[in-house]
Design a protein around this ligand. Structure first.
Ligand code: AMP
Ligand code: MG
Length: 348
């Protein structure tokens, strides 16, 4: 298969991509969170192609992208008052809502579940593509399963060239981590995956919200309610370790990372550091990637996946990262980083 590349600014690109989707093909496209790999969500055969291209486990369901809030009623039952309040408050935007699925949605899209994940993205290219094609687009992140999610078209090309029909290049995404997923099938809304829309933002709209236990205690024996959250994910090829101070002792973190870097470098390994802007001058290492400022954690969210890919580009054997858990996006960033690290964390 030869992959077509087109810029999102090319008016023809959306038309061509829409035709591919209507014919059951695969198109990668930008959203405000990460790049998605899209197929017709109501066509089980087309959805199956997504799993094949990504090497994605078949029990890991896909998010259905819509361009009009009313589409929810075609896809799902029991759209509660609270669900509507969240749709009104956060759509279009980085919030995915889980509801009981209608028969029209094939099990091939929902990984065999009786529920469906739905989101209305805000990225203009994503919205135009859904509208132009007239298709609800099932779209997980456009990476090979297990690799960091793509935040620009080059990342998609690295993983998907020759495996999909088309990539629409809309430049770098704005947010950089996947949508918040909230399960609206129970009495109390439950966060299954933290994201740009925080618990506080949800609670300001609908009152009390809980978080899936498996997210809060990733080490414990809880099974995540979002099947995808159980897989080691977002991981670079090198061994990533997070170094954190429970007492906010920044110097202790820097000293520990410097000593780990020295030890691994002396043993002949290629080592990288993921640093905050504030600390970047305090390390002795030839590969220092600056994730962003601790006081502006949206910069960290936007860069973190790209940095994990850069660690692969330089063939880093060992990667040591600071923790980025302080700001509003702290739980979303740390959820991704801890998974990339296989939960490896050193407390100093
Ligand atoms: P991705 O788009 O690659 O970030 O993956 C979609 C995420 O949504 C995965 O973690 C899935 O497990 C989760 N998801 C999709 N549909 C459902 C559903 N019906 N119930 C729970 N989680 C879901
Ligand atoms: Mg993904």
């Amino acid at each position: 298969m030869k992959t077509i590349f087109k810029s999102g600014e090319n008016a023809d690109a959306i038309k061509q991509a829409a035709a591919i989707l209507q014919n059951g093909g695969l198109v990668a496209f930008p959203t405000e969170t990460v790049y998605g790999l899209g197929a017709d969500a109501l066509n089980a055969e087309a959805a199956a192609k997504i799993y094949a291209a990504k090497g994605r486990p078949s029990d890991n369901p896909l998010i259905v992208h819509i361009a009009d809030k009313n589409a929810v009623y075609e896809l799902a039952y029991n759209v509660s008052e609270k669900a509507v309040m969240l749709m009104e408050a956060f759509w279009p935007g980085p919030l995915t809502i889980i509801l009981p699925k209608k028969n029209i949605v094939p099990y091939g899209t929902t990984g065999g579940l009786n529920t469906v994940a739905i989101r209305m993205p805000s990225h203009p290219v994503a919205l135009s593509l859904i509208k132009e094609s007239g298709v609800y687009i099932a779209a997980p992140s456009a990476n090979t399963s297990g690799r960091p999610s793509p935040t620009n078209a080059e990342h998609v090309k690295e993983d998907m060239d020759g495996r999909i029909d088309m990539i629409i290049d809309g430049g770098a995404v704005g947010i950089g981590i996947e949508s918040t997923i909230v399960d609206m099938t129970g009495e109390i809304p439950t966060i299954l995956r933290p994201g740009f829309v925080t618990k506080k933002m949800l609670e300001d709209i609908v009152g009390p919200v809980t978080t899936d236990k498996a997210i809060v205690c990733p080490d414990a024996a809880y099974k995540p309610k979002a099947p995808g959250m159980k897989y080691t994910h977002y991981a670079p090829k090198g061994e990533l370790t997070i170094v954190e101070s429970i007492t906010n002792d920044n110097t202790a973190v820097i000293d520990k990372i410097n000593s780990l870097v020295k030890e691994k470098t002396n043993a002949g390994h290629n080592v990288a550091i993921i640093s905050s802007e504030e600390n970047s001058g305090k390390y002795n290492c030839k590969n220092i990637f600056i994730a962003g400022s601790v006081s502006k954690d949206e910069t960290v969210a936007a860069r973190i996946y790209g940095i994990l890919r850069q660690c692969d580009d330089i063939s880093a054997d060992f990667i040591f990262s600071e923790a980025f858990d302080k700001g509003a996006l702290g739980s979303a960033i740390m959820n991704r980083l801890l998974k990339a690290a296989g939960q490896r964390i050193i407390n100093v």
